[in-house]
Design a protein around this ligand. Structure first.
Ligand SMILES: [Zn+2]
Length: 348
């Protein structure tokens, strides 16, 4: 069986992006433009050209990957101007790829020129002012980094509560999975839940000692969605399915960062696609891995013999996972109505 879809089809297909880190979604070219601008006004800027740091020849793995964010991109995009410029570019890139609904996630951070509070407010301003917002409603999820203290995590939850009315829909846990003790964040996620914020968690990215205990702790935070779900024991998988938790699958990220063995065809998308769970294909860090959401749909179509109708069903399945509520879900279902002609595969 050969798939009947091509790159043109997956670009036309409406798509929902639910697991995209703002910083990791900035293209190397955009980072290069920011670097060039900053070099002009700060000749002593001690950062290498992003086109060299993020070269296509770079082979990522779970060890080399995280310092690029926490040390390099954060440092480069630390000024209000660079935050605005990069956020706008990321929104435009998702829109140009045919994304019709976006939830971006970011860790509130401060620098010499911006506080955590102003950082969040600036990004929400960007989203509000994005000219094509009506065609791609965008919401924000605030990230707690696994290296955070309990107090820092609580500060993030408080910011999420403060900016809820401006489009913050939830909080999430991210960062280097080999770092930190997730039980640190019990109080913070408890507060988020009591304020009806949605909860997403990076889950089972690496196989480690004590993983089962960690996964059980994370499940006790009542997550609405889980990201990656790679090293999941069968009984925990059944628990996820039983609870109907949404699963965010980041295929190219997992393959390129060697978080799974083998290629796309070996990805656990293959086993989750036939489960009853809501699932969504997501890019995670398109700026690093260079695979757009359209391309993710194309890759799974080719590797798992999915037809156009299967991809449309996949889109519909991800609608159930969005954090912003029933009104948006209705809009996303409506998008398909009248699109039959537009979504006819090229080969039929
Ligand atoms: Zn992620």
């Amino acid at each position: 069986m050969v798939t009947d879809v091509d790159a043109d089809f997956t670009k036309r297909l409406p798509k929902i992006e639910l697991h995209a880190h703002l910083t990791g979604s900035i293209t190397p070219q955009c980072l290069h433009e920011i670097w060039t601008q900053r070099k002009l006004s700060e000749p002593d800027l001690a950062l290498e050209d992003p086109l060299r740091v993020l070269s296509k020849d770079q082979r990522w793995n779970i060890v080399t990957f995280f310092p690029v964010f926490s040390q390099y991109i954060y440092e480069l995009c630390s000024t209000p101007a660079s935050i605005l410029y990069s956020t706008n570019a990321v929104l435009q890139d998702f829109k140009d790829d045919g994304v019709v609904y976006l939830e971006l996630r970011t860790t509130p951070r401060s620098s010499a020129s911006i506080s955590k509070d102003s950082y969040v407010a600036s990004i929400l301003d960007c989203i509000r002012d994005f000219p094509e917002r009506a065609a791609m409603p965008t919401y924000l999820i605030l990230s707690i980094d696994r290296r955070n203290t309990a107090a820092q995590a609580m500060e993030t939850v408080d910011l999420a509560i403060k900016y809820r009315s401006r489009g913050v829909v939830g909080v999430e846990l991210c960062g280097d999975p080999s770092k930190g003790d997730v039980s640190t964040f019990r109080e913070a996620f408890g507060k988020a839940e009591s304020h009806d914020l949605k909860i997403a968690l990076h889950f089972a990215e690496i196989s480690s000692q004590g993983l089962e205990l960690e996964l059980n702790t994370l499940l006790s935070y009542h997550p609405d969605r889980l990201g990656h779900v790679i090293h999941v024991p069968e009984f925990i998988k059944q628990e996820i399915i039983g609870r109907g938790i949404g699963v965010e699958l980041c295929v190219s990220c997992n393959v390129q960062a060697q978080m799974i063995e083998g290629g796309v065809e070996d990805h656990h998308f293959g086993s989750w696609k036939d489960s009853s769970c809501p699932i969504a294909l997501c890019t995670d860090d398109v700026g690093i891995f260079g695979s757009t959401l359209s391309n993710e749909y194309l890759l799974v179509a080719k590797s798992f013999d999915l037809k156009a109708m299967d991809l449309i069903r996949l889109y519909e399945r991800s609608i159930e996972m969005i954090f912003s509520g029933e009104k948006e879900k209705g809009r996303l279902r409506e998008i398909l109505v009248g699109q039959e002609k537009n979504l006819t595969p090229a080969s039929s």
